[in-house]
Design a binder for this molecule. Structure first.
Ligand code: GAL
Length: 658
């Protein structure tokens, strides 16, 4: 249960959060949604239940996301996030048993492609409260035999999408699904039966375990990260010293949180209110990460309302959200502590607040991110944070009355408008993210022998894999999640190339354009600020320090300069590049060598660029004399221009394990 801590938030210093120093560079920044809440036009167990739900509101065409996918992906992109969690609507994929709607499959496949094109990594949820009516009529999760059908759907989607999706959630919040549907009766099927709750809970765990084991055994299964999403709802005794309040809190904690976590840990599941635990095949170790959805804590007494519409008790200093439960960010840390016994990487798969006028949400975001950042600093393995939700949507039994979005949605016109909290979230994310990497990867290995004359050097194998993969390994370790690869005119040789954890975009030229021409040619894919790399150089330097220097100097272009190199090719004066010349006999006053990694503001490209073939370094560096900054760093860089140098690079890479 943990101790109920409260903090004086007025004295909390958010400087590191706002300046981008609270989270590691490779942190997964995301937003989350679920199919039924945004897509519109779904026919499933929920749409059938809606007329009977508490609000009586119908999901109808919801946010009409099904017809506005491109626009919504742009909204995600505009938030600067690197990840997007969505769910796949089974009732669309298999509207009748055994009949697959390939257009719907294609829709999700396109969604994934379009996300990746924009540098956003997808995370897919396979069950987020909804399923087809035909399956519901067979009893849904009330019948163990039905699990086969759901597994078939999971296999189908994994088969189609796992070449591009690395992150998978099996079931969203099984405890919420079971308790809301079968104890409180607020979700379909709207029942109140402890017996059914036990059966459904156990079947949810069976289904999760089977899903995990089945997908793991499929192609791409090993590299996929597959996990369960658990809502952690904290229960605290209303009066700490009242034994009845304590008992009630403990009971609820046990049923809602602990039995599920223990199930995952031991492979034996004791369903809420069950007397004995059951061994569930494949359950032990059936998660590569644990997804934590965290919203609040509830104060327990023996007389707690069993209806959601009676205001829960709160502490006098706490603020109620529109959902009536309090904002309690300190509890997020307790949720992390609670799942830490699983020894798994933790991802906050949902956190957000219902707040109609957006006056609480900014502080809600700051507090929960602050707690997460501090937990990371204390050594907890927390990999990502997905804000719930991208936009206002259909909030289940509450209908459209509870607004959780970073974007406001006008449900009449479907217009989306960024809220102040959305702007804040995107600022915090931006401050923490490493810019896009752009790699000039088209240069040919002309000096490396016959075989590579017609092959981009970046694809040459060194120490077991193409040099490009080594470069991406380094960039990835530095927190880069997006790379644009300029493949030159022989780009088809990059077909099928992928890199785990990174969204790659390739851009090919119809004829050789030189380094400058290649960048100009791809300017529509280039972001406002980017890190420029050469596809045949391995330069393992710290990106955060380089970018911080670039930022601090307000520089339009920062080159990394080493002073420890055989030849010199530039003159730097007072921290600026004064001259650049890569001809063989440079003037004797030259005092530095460009070592490969630079940070560029896109406006530099737009100001100096032109059509046709031209060289970036020979054009831009002289034109920007005394404007481009020199970042002095003597980290050794490795090129592979000649067979001897290639040999040395291979030796180095063989020795280093990144
Ligand atoms: C979660 C659920 C989401 C969303 C959120 C806000 O329990 O997974 O779908 O509705 O709560 O209440």
């Amino acid at each position: 249960m943990g101790i109920e801590e409260h903090r004086n938030w007025d004295s909390v210093d958010y400087t590191n959060l706002l300046s981008g120093n609270l989270f590691p560079p490779n942190f997964m920044w995301g937003v989350a949604t679920a199919s039924h809440q945004i897509e519109g036009g779904n026919t499933n167990n929920w749409s059938a239940f809606e007329p009977r739900s508490k609000s009586g509101q119908l999901s109808g065409n919801a946010c009409d996301h099904w017809n506005r996918k491109e626009e919504d992906i742009q909204l995600i992109k505009d938030l600067n996030v690197s990840h997007y969690r969505f769910s796949i609507e089974w009732s669309r994929i298999e509207p009748q048993q055994g009949i697959w709607d390939e257009d719907a499959v294609q829709w999700y496949s396109d969604l994934v492609d379009q996300l990746l094109d924009k540098g956003i990594q997808p995370m897919a949820t396979l069950h987020h409260f909804t399923h087809p009516l035909w399956w519901d009529e067979k009893g849904g999760f009330e019948n163990e035999n039905n699990i086969d059908d759901w597994i078939r759907f999971c296999v189908k989607m994994f088969d189609v999408l796992s070449d591009r999706i690395d992150w998978w959630c099996t079931i969203n919040e099984p405890a919420v699904f079971a308790s809301m549907g079968y104890v409180l009766g607020e979700f379909p099927p709207g029942e109140r039966s402890f017996k059914k709750t036990r059966i459904v809970s156990t079947n949810l765990m069976r289904a999760h375990a089977r899903c995990y084991q089945t997908l793991k055994s499929m192609e791409h299964g090993k590299r996929a990260h597959i996990g369960l999403v658990k809502n952690i709802n904290l229960f605290d005794p209303y009066r700490r010293w009242n034994p009845l309040h304590r008992l009630q809190a403990r009971l609820l904690d046990g049923m809602f949180n602990l039995c599920w976590i223990k199930g995952l840990m031991t492979g034996r599941f004791k369903a809420p209110s069950a007397l004995r635990s059951k061994e569930i095949p494949g359950l032990k170790g059936s998660s590569d990460f644990i997804g934590v959805n965290y919203y609040t804590h509830l104060l327990a007494t023996p007389f707690m309302p069993t209806k959601v519409d009676i205001d829960p008790l709160i502490r006098p200093w706490e603020q109620r959200t529109d959902f009536r439960y309090p904002m309690y960010a300190e509890g997020l840390r307790r949720a992390f502590d609670m799942v830490s016994c699983l020894n798994l990487p933790i991802i906050v798969t949902e956190n957000g607040v219902a707040d109609d006028d957006d006056d609480m949400r900014p502080e809600h975001i700051r507090r929960h991110l602050q707690i997460t950042g501090e937990a990371i600093a204390d050594g907890m393995d927390i990999r990502g944070f997905y804000h719930w939700s991208l936009m206002d949507n259909f909030e289940w039994a509450e209908g459209y009355d509870q607004r959780f979005g970073l974007y406001h949605v006008d449900f009449e016109t479907k217009e989306r408008t960024l809220k102040e909290s959305g702007a804040l979230y995107s600022e915090i994310v931006k401050a923490h993210r490493v810019p896009q990497v752009v790699i000039l990867a088209g240069g040919l290995g002309t000096r490396l022998g016959e075989r590579t004359k017609q092959m981009p050097k970046s694809l040459i194998n060194v120490s077991g894999k193409p040099i490009l993969s080594h470069i991406l390994d380094w960039a990835g370790a530095q927190g880069c999640m997006e790379a644009l690869i300029l493949t030159g005119h022989l780009g088809e040789q990059f077909d099928g190339f992928r890199h785990e954890g990174m969204a790659l975009t390739f851009h090919q030229e119809s004829e050789p354009l030189g380094t400058g021409g290649a960048l100009w040619n791809a300017r529509h894919l280039i972001q406002d600020r980017f890190i420029l790399l050469w596809g045949d150089d391995f330069h393992p330097i710290d990106y955060s320090e380089l970018v911080a220097y670039h930022e601090q100097e307000s520089s339009p272009l920062t080159l990394t300069v080493t002073t420890e190199h055989g030849e010199m090719n530039l003159l730097h004066v007072d921290g600026k590049i004064a001259q650049y010349d890569k001809s063989t006999s440079p003037p004797s006053e030259f005092n530095g060598y460009e070592s490969g990694t630079s940070v560029v503001e896109k406006r530099v490209l737009l100001e100096h660029g032109k059509d046709g073939k031209w060289s970036w370094e020979e054009t831009v560096y002289p034109e920007m004399s005394m404007k481009a900054s020199a970042y002095l760093d003597n980290t050794k860089f490795w090129d592979m221009g000649t067979p001897e140098r290639l040999e040395r690079l291979a030796e180095f890479l063989n020795k280093t394990s990144l």
